[in-house]
Design a protein around this ligand. Structure first.
Ligand code: HEC
Length: 218
């Protein structure tokens, strides 16, 4: 049986590997664009939109795999016993205090914090109905992006400049794909206190995965 620690270590390693790959692709995209970063690269370069799509696919896949093959196999989820659980462990928001394992959104954030440590490439989860204060829309760009995603259910992609650095940014919808998403969020004490009128239903946009790809040297 693989310990949770080993899983976390592997997950981190993969996240860092992904980050290195993204940086390499970014570099190629910028290097090949001949200064025309806004148009997304000349022949042979990779369009930043495609880079964002690839990164998103990998991030979403890792989160789903962690949910399906680790969290779903835990015997307990937020204090409740799970019939199909085989690992004597609890997946819980208070994982650090209780020797449990992080919830998928927390695992995602732990990875994003590591990836953001030494570069301008960043990614994170945001939502209009955030439980974690760090995951609300932080600037006008994020506010517009999340409103559009809530409204259309489609990814929002646009260029932006932050502190002289150009980025291609994309916000991909994060939808309620499982009953557990809506049960847990709708009954979470922070959610109930802040958004008493917001009751998520299956298929709803619950937030989004934001990916910021730097286009020129910082
Ligand atoms: C067992 C409870 C639980 C389940 C199941 C769950 N979440 Fe969450 N979710 C949380 C908590 C707690 C946070 C805040 C975590 C943090 O500190 O980063 C969160 C964070 C998020 C965020 C970032 C915004 C915020 O609220 O801070 C999004 C978006 C999100 N979840 C979507 C989903 C989706 C989609 C699913 C199903 C695929 C899901 N969640 C399943 C508890 C849960």
């Amino acid at each position: 049986m693989i310990s949770a620690q080993t899983w976390i270590k592997r997950f981190r390693q993969r996240t860092l590997g992904l980050f290195a790959l993204a940086v390499a692709i970014c570099f190629t995209a910028v290097a090949c664009s001949g200064g025309g970063a806004q148009t997304g690269g000349a022949a042979g370069g990779i369009q930043p939109e495609l880079v964002a799509d690839y990164v998103h696919t990998a991030l979403a896949a890792d989160r789903t795999a962690y949910t399906k093959h680790v969290v779903n196999r835990a015997q307990k989820l937020e204090g409740k016993a799970k019939e199909d659980g085989v690992l004597a462990i609890e997946a819980t928001e208070g994982w650090e205090q209780t020797n449990g394992i992080p919830l998928p959104a927390q695992m995602f954030r732990l990875g994003s914090e590591i990836a953001s440590e030494d570069g301008t490439f960043t990614y994170n989860l945001i939502s209009s109905w955030y439980i974690n204060d760090n995951q609300g829309p932080k600037n006008d760009f994020e506010k517009t992006a999340i409103e559009k995603v809530n409204e259309t259910g489609e990814a929002y992609k646009e260029y932006q400049e932050v502190g002289g650095q150009k980025y291609f940014s994309a916000l991909y919808p994060d939808k309620a794909v499982a009953e557990a998403c809506i049960t847990c969020h709708n009954t979470h004490p922070v959610h109930k206190e802040r958004y008493p009128d917001k009751v998520f239903e299956m298929g709803d946009v619950m937030g989004g995965i934001m990916i910021n790809i730097p286009l020129e040297g910082a």
